[in-house]
Design a protein around this ligand. Structure first.
Ligand code: DGL
Length: 266
């Protein structure tokens, strides 16, 4: 394994990985970050494992060519389908993936006791072996329900791109309807797009949402050697739709979080 990792590559099918990126920027400010949004191939959650493995390798190559020495797969679907193949192919490069934080069962704080919980994912993540094994290991009694949400990631993309309108809120309500009747206390967000509208989900369903971002950022923090820089004020961004690298500021990123449940300073 390489020792010095101050250039991190992050990717997702779209802007979902921003829910991980902002946590990394806050926790590990001394790194240089390249973010790839694979819009040209989204959504990942409806593709086959073979397609996602191939696509994840193409994106990884692009990030390695930029000089990244640590790759964050900021997507539950790509982690479920491809992280094993990536680790086997690029043995010198550490990969950090994202999984639904079912571990909440073991780390409950008293202020939010679980009455009834569910985990929501894309279809790909939900049918993956990786997810089934994780769920069976942490929740062998099956106390946490699982629901696949075919259209939710796409709704999140549109809300963030166009702003929240009454029509979009209606689409969101329809998509969340099967969850509403479950009368949940907690909802584990198993797709990185979902935390970007956690606030809206919490209000609509009256639940507490659980996101993996802070745990992923802690893992990255453990792997990165400090470089002495103090604040990561911008990051490089490429959409595979346009194939042009641009510089984006952290302020821009944080301004996109207004529907997330991220509180000031957290
Ligand atoms: N953000 C991705 C995830 O975490 C998936 C969204 C998509 O279907 O493209 O699974």
């Amino acid at each position: 394994m390489k020792q010095f990792k101050d250039r991190i590559g992050i990717f997702d099918s779209g802007i979902g990985g921003f829910s991980i990126l902002h946590r990394i920027i806050k926790k590990v400010p001394s790194v240089t970050i390249d973010y790839i949004s694979d819009d040209a191939f989204s959504p990942y959650g409806e593709k086959s494992d073979t397609e996602i493995i191939k696509r994840s390798q193409i994106i990884t190559e692009m990030l390695l060519q930029r000089g990244c020495s640590l790759i964050v797969v900021a997507c539950n679907s790509a982690t479920a389908a491809a992280i094993k193949a990536l680790r086997e192919k690029y043995r010198d490069t550490p990969f950090v993936g994202v999984e639904p934080y079912i571990n909440i069962l073991n780390h409950q704080d008293h202020s939010s006791e679980i009455r009834k919980a569910a985990v929501i994912t894309t279809e790909l993540t939900g049918r993956s072996e990786k997810f089934k094994i994780l769920k069976q290991r942490i929740d062998p009694s099956g106390s946490i329900l699982h629901v696949s949400m075919p259209g939710l990631a796409a709704i999140v993309e549109i809300i963030l791109e166009k702003g929240l309108s009454e029509n979009l809120m209606e689409d969101l309500r329809k998509e969340l309807k099967p969850l509403k009747i479950l009368n949940l206390s907690h909802l584990i967000l198993g797709c990185t797009h979902y935390p970007l509208i956690a606030d809206l989900i919490e209000k609509e369903l009256g639940v507490i949402t659980v996101s993996p971002g802070p745990h992923v950022a802690n893992r990255v923090f453990d792997l990165v050697s400090p470089s002495g820089k103090e604040y990561c004020s911008s990051f490089s961004y490429l959409s595979t739709g346009s194939m042009k690298w641009e510089q984006r500021t952290s302020e821009y990123l944080f301004s996109l979080l207004k529907h997330s449940a991220v509180k000031e300073g957290s």
